[in-house]
Design a protein around this ligand. Structure first.
Ligand code: PAF
Length: 336
C-alpha cells in the first residue's frame, strides 16, 4: 500500500465564522482586490474546514518521510502503539496525544512475536479501513501500518527480561509475551523517536514492563498511562470483546461487577478473603473461568498479604469467557 493522503472533513460548529466565510466569498463576486481577499480568507476560514492531512505510512521508509515533514514544523511527537480493532479506549489515548503534542503517530501492527498462541494471533480482529476512518476523525497525523517483513526483516533475537515484574501473572501464563511486547515497542520507539507514548491501564502489567524497559535502555520517552475506558455496563473495552457473542458479552459484564463490589467487601475482609470471594463468585457464573486473580503491590506486582503492605494495591484478573473462549483481562485499584 502506498502512502495515501486524507483530507480531514471535520464539521464546522462555528456558525458565526461560517457566516463570515459566506460574506467573504460573496464579496469575491463584487470584484474586491485579489491580495486583500487572500488576507480576509485566511482570517475568516474556520480551522475546522482548513485542509489537514492524515498520512498513512505502510512501510518504515514511508514513516520516515512522513515524520521528516512533520518534524520540520517542530513540536513534540506523541506515539500511540496499537494492534488495531480500535475502540473508545484507544480513542482516549489518541485524543490525549493529539491534545498534548504537535504530531501524533498511531501504529497499527498485530505483533506476532507477542502471541504465544497461534490461534489467538489468527483470530485477532483486523479492520484497518474502519480504524483509519476513526483516526482521521480523532485528528491523528500519521498512521503507521507496516508489514511483518518490514518490522522483522530478520528474526528478532533480542531478549528482554525484567524480573520480578515480567515473571508473574501474564508473564507466567504467556511465556515470551512480554519479550515480544518489548521487541515491538522498542522498535517503534527507535523508528518514531516519540517524546511521549500512551498506553491503556487495562494492561497494567504491560505498562510496568515497558517502564522497566525504558529505564533499562535509557530511552528519552515519557510513558503516559491512561485510565481504563468502560462500557456503561462496566465491561472494560477491549478489541477482544468483538469476539464475544451478545450473550457472552452479558456474561463478561460480571467481571467488572464482581471486581467493583469487592472494593466494599475488602473494607471488612482480609486480602486472602477478598481474593477467594472474587474467584468463587466469578467461577460460579456459567461461561466464566478465572485463570488468575492476584492482589499485588502496584509497583513491584508481587502478591501482598495485608492491605497496608504497599501504597498502591491493585487486583489484576484474567478470565476466560464463552465457548471460544475469549481471554479477558481487567484490574481494580484497592489502594492508591
Ligand atoms: O497493548 C497492545 O495493544 C500491544 O501490546 C502493543 C503495546 C501495541 C504492542 O504490540
Amino acid at each position: 500500500m502506498s502512502m495515501q493522503r486524507y483530507e480531514k472533513k471535520t464539521e464546522s460548529h462555528e456558525p458565526e465564522r461560517d457566516d463570515n466565510l459566506r460574506a467573504v466569498k460573496k464579496s469575491v463576486l463584487y470584484g474586491w482586490g485579489k491580495r486583500y481577499m487572500i488576507i480576509i480568507l485566511l482570517f475568516c476560514t474556520p480551522n475546522s474546514v482548513k485542509a489537514q492531512l492524515m498520512k498513512i505510512a505502510a512501510s518504515t521508509l514511508e514513516l520516515e518521510k512522513a515524520l521528516q515533514a512533520a518534524r520540520a514544523e517542530g513540536g513534540t511527537v506523541g506515539l500511540v502503539p496499537t494492534m488495531g480493532a480500535l475502540h473508545a479506549g484507544h480513542a482516549s489515548l489518541v485524543s490525549r496525544s493529539v491534545a498534548e503534542n504537535a504530531v501524533t503517530v498511531v501504529s497499527i501492527f498485530v505483533n506476532p512475536t507477542q502471541f504465544n498462541d497461534k490461534t489467538d494471533l489468527a483470530n485477532y480482529p483486523r479492520m484497518p479501513e474502519q480504524d483509519c476512518a476513526l483516526l482521521e476523525r480523532l485528528g491523528a497525523d500519521i498512521v503507521f501500518m507496516p508489514t511483518v517483513e518490514d518490522i522483522y526483516p530478520t528474526p528478532d533475537t533480542r531478549r528482554f527480561s525484567y524480573p520480578p515484574i515480567d515473571t508473574v501473572m501474564e508473564g507466567d501464563r504467556r511465556p515470551g509475551h512480554f519479550n515480544g511486547v518489548c521487541q515491538i515497542v522498542s522498535k517503534l520507539f527507535a523508528l518514531v523517536h516519540p517524546d511521549r507514548a500512551y498506553f491503556g491501564e487495562k494492561d497494567y502489567q504491560q505498562i510496568a514492563v515497558i517502564r522497566a524497559m525504558v529505564a533499562d535502555l535509557q530511552l528519552p520517552v515519557d510513558i503516559r498511562p491512561c485510565p481504563i475506558v468502560r462500557e456503561a455496563s462496566g465491561l472494560a473495552l477491549s478489541s477482544r470483546n468483538q469476539l464475544l457473542t451478545p450473550e457472552e458479552r452479558q456474561t463478561a459484564v460480571n467481571i467488572s461487577r464482581v471486581l467493583q463490589a469487592s472494593i466494599a467487601y475488602s473494607g471488612q475482609h482480609t486480602v486472602a478473603e477478598t481474593h477467594d470471594n472474587v474467584v468463587s463468585q466469578l467461577n460460579a457464573v456459567n461461561g466464566l473461568e478465572v485463570e488468575y486473580f492476584q492482589i499485588v503491590d502496584g509497583q513491584t506486582l508481587q502478591d501482598i498479604t495485608a492491605w497496608t503492605d504497599a501504597p498502591t494495591v491493585v487486583g489484576c484478573i484474567t478470565v476466560y469467557c464463552g465457548h471460544r473462549p475469549v481471554r479477558l483481562i481487567d484490574n481494580i485499584h484497592y489502594r492508591g
